[in-house]
Design a protein around this ligand. Structure first.
Ligand code: GTP
Ligand code: GTP
Length: 470
């Protein structure tokens, strides 16, 4: 198990900035707006040979009794309880505040190891920076600058001193799932239901989930990593910067995932935004499972209407499996994960060249590519060019003359033959010079040999008949 560092502190002390530096990602939204980091935020990092996990918590306002701030405080406390090391951040520019003292008390009670981190101390003398924070009684304050990177490496080394070096064992061969969708469709509820605990704040207010978070979990003995994302929202005046960021983050999460779960809301119309997001998923080539959520509360008539609307507007997602679920009640969630497994397996499938070539040749025998002018395209063999999405590269001559419909025919044939469900599939034609020119052709399989022989015999007979006639 990797040690977990948890970043705690008032809003705006620089937790997201430090988080980014520790994980070397742009995962957290950094902006000068208090309370922006609204969710727990998980990342991986490494110092020397020691890997660690980092958790960024929302701004800790322990005195708030209700509403989202209260909810965040609850989440923070949960993270604190799970921490191996707590990095308690304070801000030298605001000095030691009453709130810092309340948090310090709470952290002392937790009994976890706490390092007191004084941030925004770039270019300042250490003694000056740390003096006033001794009163928090959490040991020697450590001065850093998260944004300039000063003192950060030393801080992490110190924090991880008592943890052993890594023995590289964790294999990453499990699905990374991004849960995406418009605000309020029920992403957080779905994540909660999947995890069986209230790890992500679910709130009835658009834009509750502002940052993406990465969560490892196990279900039925299988490992998964879940990426929960901020919803894509319409432009508003005040939060425009944040919204833009959220869109980017959704897109990044899709890129980062193997399998995307697109959540739709059955109780509102399929919007352009839904379709745009679906289009983007398709473009990235990620495997996809669609969750039509809030299926409870709908009568049969409405269900019919929704299904019809979906098949009309999202026709281009026909490769994906659709699940009609209630994240709130937990209905259909098991089946959804089943489809994630299937889609992941398809996205990562290994397609051996001999098998691909055989399927290709059978397809060509059954139905030849139509002539284009004087040319008849002649596919000869195929190999796999990539995964997630599976890419099949077809070689042969005059392949640039292959029609779109013939391409679709080949796609369909490969998809069926390898049972590739839930993932886009790309077929590409190599129209460049034939790398096998001048070489011996690939050896035929036994079956192909037999078929070729039969064809030759038939040809000879026909030719014989023709000659007799002549
Ligand atoms: N001068 C200086 N500014 C910093 C430093 N670290 C962070 N900041 C700035 O402080 C502001 C808040 O930083 P964030 O990382 O968003 O703070 P946070 O604690 O995650 O805030 P919440 O998301 O509100 O909880 C941003 O404007 C940062 O650029 C630093 O080391 N020096
Ligand atoms: N009836 C019904 N309501 C649901 C279901 N799933 C979620 N909701 C409700 O929909 C609202 C929004 O749910 P969230 O999980 O916060 O939605 P989200 O997509 O994470 O929203 P953002 O954080 O804004 O992006 C909440 O009031 C949920 O209780 C469901 O299956 N059925």
């Amino acid at each position: 198990m990797k040690p977990t560092l948890v970043l705690v502190g008032r809003p705006n002390v620089g937790k997201s900035t430090l988080f980014n530096r520790l994980t070397k990602t742009r995962d957290a939204i950094v902006a000068d707006i208090p309370g922006l980091t609204r969710d727990r935020h998980y990342g991986h990092g490494k110092v020397g040979d020691k890997p660690y996990l980092v958790v960024d918590t929302g701004g800790f306002e322990p005195v708030v009794k209700e509403g989202i701030m209260h909810e965040m405080a609850r989440q923070t406390l949960q993270a604190v309880d799970e921490a191996d090391v707590i990095l308690f951040m304070v801000d030298v520019r605001t000095g030691c505040t009453a709130q810092d003292k309340i948090i310090a008390d709470r952290l002392r009670q937790s009994g976890r190891p706490v390092f007191l981190v004084v941030n925004k101390a770039e270019g300042m003398r250490r003694e000056v920076v740390t003096a006033e924070f001794h009163e928090l009684a959490l040991g020697d304050p450590l001065a850093i600058s998260a944004s300039h990177g000063e003192g950060v490496h030393e801080l992490v080394e110190l924090a991880l001193e008592s943890f052993p070096d890594a023995t590289e064992d964790e294999s990453d061969k499990h699905p990374k799932i991004a849960i995406v969708g418009r605000p309020n469709v029920g992403k957080s509820t779905l994540v909660n239901t999947l995890l069986g605990e209230e790890r992500v704040i679910a709130f009835d207010q658009p834009g509750t989930t502002r940052d993406s978070i990465y969560i490892d979990f196990e279900r039925a003995g299988k490992k998964y990593t879940l990426i929960d994302t901020a919803g894509v929202r319409r432009r508003g005046k005040i939060f425009e910067a944040i919204e833009k960021f959220s869109v980017v983050k959704t897109l990044q999460a899709i890129e980062d995932a193997n399998v995307v779960v697109l959540v739709l809301d059955a109780q509102t119309d399929i919007s352009e935004q839904d379709a745009h997001m679906a289009g983007f998923i398709l473009e990235t080539g990620r495997a996809l499972v669609v969750a039509v959520n809030k299926w409870d509360d709908l009568d049969d008539y409405k269900r019919d209407t929704v299904k019809r609307e979906i098949s009309r507007k999202l026709q281009f997602l026909e490769f994906a499996k659709f699940h009609y679920i209630s994240a709130l009640k937990g209905n259909g969630v098991g089946g959804l994960i089943g489809s994630v497994d299937v889609a992941y397996a398809a996205a990562m499938a290994k397609l051996p060249t001999p098998q691909l070539t055989r399927i290709l040749m059978d397809a060509v025998t059954a139905h030849q590519p139509p002539k284009s002018g004087p040319f008849r395209p002649k596919p000869r063999y195929a190999h796999q060019g990539g995964m997630n999405p599976p890419l099949i590269v077809v070689h042969g001559s005059a392949l640039d003359k292959i029609s779109a419909s013939y391409k679709r025919y080949l796609e369909k044939t490969f998809r069926q033959a390898f049972k590739l469900e839930g993932t886009p599939l790309r077929v590409q034609f190599n129209v460049g010079a034939n790398p096998f020119a001048g070489r011996k052709p690939a050896p035929l399989t036994e079956n192909e040999e037999r078929q070729a022989h039969r064809k030759r015999m038939v040809g000879r007979k026909l030719y014989g008949k023709q000659r007799k006639k002549d």
